[in-house]
Design a protein around this ligand. Structure first.
Ligand SMILES: [Zn+2]
Length: 344
């Protein structure tokens, strides 16, 4: 009798379990059907990306001739392809369920949504295959999206000391893309940058357009600059900015081989142009354009830039802006290119 009762209870439990799992299966099928039909799963939003309107249009040191295929396309409006959109969230299993709606297969390959911060894979092949993989894997996402990275190129120059004074006064850190020749002629300024927490990065030894020179020159322009910086600070730079924005895959790869990522910019006031060498122009540009999460290009070899920046800095701070080095804004690996839309 007792045995019989136990069997009945067991049967009842099994029956309930079967009914419940049937309900669960129906609910899952309905849910998946709904997604496939309406496409209601949100697509990853575009983040950290500069709009096409902000694509750099500067002609800083660009060649008189149109950009060649070797990659000095500073005027290029080529944007990276839009992120792959898919109605399938990555969390769903790759099931093969036939639904009445006709939407049937969930291919496993679509389960990895691409965000705009994902590195663009390059189709270009070069003789050195060693570093290619590195440059196409990691995703660069902003570690300080609320901050701004101010960068100063071409120095250190004769106004850099004054700039460092102001940065110290307002407790602001920036990134200097320095030329090796001036690292050697003004080592005291390099040491001061280092001691005061600024980031020192490589801008070649003598402002050579890296996509326009031989592989040997490219290598030595970068190496001699990193060597000079290391002699003074004890550490080698991890970032490089190619003079004039002249760029190509071999440039990125050489930088990668030497332990550096290539960094361009989001915002460029063209402070080196004759008509823009004006304190109020720089001041107004910075007040009007400074934006969170962006890299701004300036040149500390121009007095008007230094003075305009020093004038704008307290106002920007009052408006709530905070400043970080490029390294503080985004974590990059050797061979990376940032912002990634500069790559093509
Ligand atoms: Zn430069």
């Amino acid at each position: 009798m007792r045995k019989f009762k136990f069997k009945r209870q067991l049967a009842l439990i099994i029956a309930i379990a079967v009914i419940l799992s049937l309900f669960a299966a129906v609910a899952l099928i309905l849910a998946m059907g709904g997604c496939a039909i309406t496409g209601s799963i949100p697509v990853p939003a575009m983040t950290n990306e500069t709009s096409p309107a902000e694509m750099p249009t500067t002609k800083e040191s660009t060649p008189a001739s149109p950009p060649s295929s070797s990659g000095n396309a500073i005027t290029s409006n080529t944007m990276p392809p839009a992120p792959e959109t898919t109605a399938v969230p990555s969390s769903l299993p790759s099931l093969d369920i036939s639904l009445k709606s006709g939407k049937t297969t969930v291919p496993p390959t679509t389960t990895k949504p691409k965000t705009s911060a994902t590195k663009q894979t390059s189709n270009k092949t070069t003789s050195s295959a060693g570093t290619t993989e590195k440059t196409t894997t990691t995703a660069a996402s902003l570690s300080a999206p609320g901050a701004v990275a101010i960068t100063f190129d071409d120095g250190p120059g004769k106004h850099t000391g004054k700039l460092l004074d102001a940065l110290k006064k307002y407790d602001v850190r920036v990134t200097f893309f320095v030329q090796g020749q001036f690292v050697e002629s003004r080592p005291d300024l390099i040491l001061r940058m280092h001691q005061e927490g600024h980031q020192i990065a490589n801008h070649t030894y003598s402002h050579k357009y890296l996509s326009q020179v031989s592989a040997d020159v490219r290598r030595s322009q970068l190496k001699s600059t990193s060597d000079a910086i290391e002699r003074i600070t004890g550490s080698r730079p991890t970032l490089m900015r190619p003079p004039g924005g002249y760029r190509s895959e071999p440039v990125y790869q050489e930088a990668g081989k030497q332990g550096m990522a290539t960094v361009f910019w989001d915002l460029d006031p063209g402070d080196w142009k004759k008509n823009n060498k004006n304190v109020n122009y720089i001041y107004n540009y910075l007040l009007d354009h400074t934006k969170k999460g962006k890299i701004i290009l300036l040149h500390d070899i121009h007095q008007t830039t230094v003075d305009g920046f020093i004038k704008a800095l307290p106002v920007l701070i009052e408006r709530g802006f905070t400043f970080v080095t490029v390294d503080g804004l985004v974590k990059l690996q050797p061979g990376d290119v940032y912002p990634s839309y500069w790559r093509r």
